[in-house]
Design a protein around this ligand. Structure first.
Ligand code: CAA
Length: 389
């Protein structure tokens, strides 16, 4: 019997045009920059300007991917985020309008800290398996923003990753076994009244390792592939050292020497973009796809983690057509065009307009990409298409 293959037909990311060099934070605090470069494995983090939010980043990530066939067949938009902009309305609806998707479509927002894009991927794959002519637009979009002058500040970042999930995909097929783990823990959370998360940093790193460990064993209990059968590993990367520690654990369990080579290419983008919560694992996948030319017909392992917490360990098979489908040139152009912020501009961007008490607000232009957040009128968020984009 012919089994239908389902998976990622297209994948691409978007990042804001601004970043902070971690040396700037080190100089401010009199810290040795090696703590960030080597200790955390990070060099820079992306900073969203005031006229950018999860909606504009999501639309900017998806727009270059979609052609007329996608517009015709996408009937579901899933937007995964930790950085919600509304307690009720799904950010996916704004994105649906900005991308001019068909009206006969469902649009919904998914939440579970950094994990929810993986839930979105599994839901999308099941839906397409049952409805093979349909496509799902899945977008992970987040701005990671911690309080200034805290240890977590160095692990900020921002990015959106868009994927088209379809039958007979051209990037990767999603393999069946998948190991999940859920536990009610308070390592990182953001009550409705806060703009920045509460985080128990050291504890969160321990819970991450524990959760990935359980998910990995659950994956194996279902007859998943063994360590050596994977050509590449991708992890949720709040900072690269976290993924390295998880990988060390897998090597130990499999009684092999720590094998960083199977990880290196999936950390390149994350090192200079920082934490992007729901998008982080899929940014790591983009990094592997863009930096390796030899992944055709190989298996890639993915370890997803979201504080609170949920973890999932699963796998994909990379298809030969990924070489022509990947968005490498576009991604590298986005990185090359970025502007480094000085300290004063970073603080100004960090403070962003806080909208809690404001029914009307106009936001200046910093963002030159296609979609822009222009402000709030009568408590309603306003977006536009940059005329010069
Ligand atoms: N040269 C080289 N390395 C150095 C160094 C130097 N001069 N100085 C310090 N280091 C090393 C330390 O030894 C340490 O390495 P190990 O962990 O391997 O021992 C590393 O640099 C970090 O140093 P500290 O432990 O002193 O760092 P810190 O206390 O300032 O903060 C942190 C680290 C707890 C991760 C903090 O950045 C944080 O709270 N981040 C946010 C929470 C987070 O990302 N948690 C990850 C798991 S939760 C998750 O994944 C969900 C999510 O996205 C948030």
């Amino acid at each position: 019997m012919h089994t239908l293959s389902i998976g990622i037909d297209k994948i691409g990311f978007y990042i804001p045009q601004y970043y902070v060099e971690l040396g700037l934070i080190a100089a401010r605090d009199g810290t040795n920059p090696s703590k960030y470069h080597r200790g955390l494995g990070q060099e820079r983090f992306a900073v969203a300007p005031p006229d950018e939010d999860i909606v504009t980043m999501a639309a900017n990530a998806a727009y270059p991917l979609l052609d007329a066939t996608d517009l015709q067949h996408i009937d579901t938009v899933l937007l995964a985020t930790e950085t919600g902009i509304d307690q009720s309305k799904a950010a996916a609806i704004y994105v649906h309008r900005l991308l001019a998707l068909r009206a006969n479509c469902r649009a919904v927002e998914l939440k579970q800290a950094c994990y929810s894009a993986t839930a979105g991927l599994q839901l999308a794959a099941s839906y397409v398996r049952a409805n093979p002519t349909r496509r799902v637009l899945l977008i992970a979009s987040d701005i990671s923003r911690y309080d200034l002058h805290t240890p977590a500040e160095a692990t900020q970042g921002a990015a959106a990753v868009a994927m088209v999930i379809a039958a007979n995909p051209r990037i990767a097929t999603l393999d069946a076994p998948s190991g999940c783990y859920t536990a009610d823990v308070m390592d990182f959370w953001r009550p409705n009244y806060r703009h920045t998360p509460l985080v128990d940093g050291k504890y969160s790193t321990e819970v991450y390792l524990e959760a990935v460990k359980h998910a990995y064993h659950a994956y194996h209990a279902q007859g998943g592939l063994n360590y050596a059968q994977f050509a590449q590993y991708c992890y949720h990367l709040p900072f690269n050292k976290m993924g390295q520690k998880a990988h060390e654990y897998l090597c130990k369990v499999n009684q092999i020497d720590n094998d960083i080579k199977k990880l290196e290419e999936s950390m390149r983008y994350n090192r200079i973009i920082g934490n992007s919560y729901t998008a982080s694992l899929y940014l790591s996948l983009c990094s592997a796809l863009d930096h390796r030319d030899d992944l055709a017909n190989t298996s890639v392992a993915l370890a997803s983690y979201g504080s609170g917490c949920v973890a999932e360990f699963f796998a994909m098979t990379i298809l030969p057509s990924y070489l022509s489908q990947r968005q490498k040139a576009h991604h590298q152009a986005l990185i090359a065009q970025r502007i480094a912020l000085d300290y004063a501009s970073y603080e100004q961007f960090w403070h962003r307009p806080e909208l809690t008490q404001t029914d009307t607000l106009s936001v200046g232009q910093y963002n030159r990409s296609r979609y822009r957040f222009t402000g709030v009128f009568n408590h309603q968020r306003q977006y536009c298409i940059n005329p010069d984009s």
